[in-house]
Design a protein around this ligand. Structure first.
Ligand SMILES: [Zn+2]
Length: 249
């Protein structure tokens, strides 16, 4: 394992019959086993902001490390993942959709999936108090690469401003919905003032990568502790642009 493994999660809980979009779901028992694996292997779990500093050369690069990211801001993060993260003392980042805070994950209906509630402002502020970083997952959860450069900038800058108003703290990190991004997205994220932008390109992050297009490792519903370990030690080779296992939602 080299570089920083930025793990991508969406929902954590108990689910049945997950046959498609498996990277959008993680069984809570498996999640605990995965956290246990990180602890047993003594892999430092660091915050996205600390990872950004290391990747940009402003802090020493750890020999190995992991970052835990959670897309969408579903309430089941708070109910199922947070207690385990707190038990292990691991930092994490939740990417919230600024224009849908307190709503439901309506876009999942298009894929025939249930639409879980999204955390509201009080819940996000509480997470922040408890040490969870909050990043932006755009304003409307749309495919950014389908927008004009101006439209992309609005999604990224307006979501940042809205989240900062609601949370009272700087929002430093961007996550492109559906992993949809292009060079305009990277420029817009930098212009909007983000430190990083994360994608669904598979691999570990290393210094020298563009901070506005950091690869991640998607954890799939089917990943037991061996699957997780395989992903942990997976080489940092995102050059193929291969999308992580199971299409994210
Ligand atoms: Zn999403």
């Amino acid at each position: 394992m080299s570089g920083i493994s930025i793990f991508m999660y969406h929902q954590v809980g108990t689910f049945r019959d997950i046959r498609t979009h498996r990277a959008s779901y993680c069984d809570v028992g498996r999640f605990r086993a995965q956290m246990n694996t990180l602890r047993r292997l003594r892999v430092p779990v660091i915050s996205m902001s600390d990872a950004a500093l290391a990747l940009s050369g402003q802090a020493p690069m750890p020999r190995r490390a992991a970052v835990l990211t959670f897309d969408d801001g579903c309430r089941n993060f708070r109910e199922n993942a947070l207690p385990i993260l707190e038990e292990f003392g691991f930092p994490s980042i939740v990417y919230a959709i600024a224009g849908m805070v307190g709503g439901t994950a309506d876009w999942l209906a298009d894929a025939g999936h249930a639409t879980p509630p999204l955390m509201n402002w009080d819940e996000l502020r509480d997470l922040q108090q408890r040490g969870v970083e909050i990043g932006s997952h755009s304003l409307h959860h749309i495919r950014l690469a389908e927008l004009s450069p101006v439209g992309q900038l609005a999604e990224m800058a307006d979501s940042k401003a809205l989240l900062e108003d609601g949370l009272g703290r700087e929002v430093r990190h961007m996550c492109y919905p559906y992993g949809s991004y292009n060079s305009d997205s990277m420029r817009a994220a930098a212009r909007a003032g983000y430190m990083t932008g994360v994608t669904c390109v598979r691999g570990a992050a290393s210094p020298g990568f563009d901070p506005m297009a950091l690869p991640r490792k998607a954890i799939s519903y089917g990943d037991d502790r061996f699957g997780f370990m395989w992903k942990l030690f997976m080489k940092d080779a995102p050059k193929s642009g291969k999308i992580a296992s199971g299409k994210p939602l």
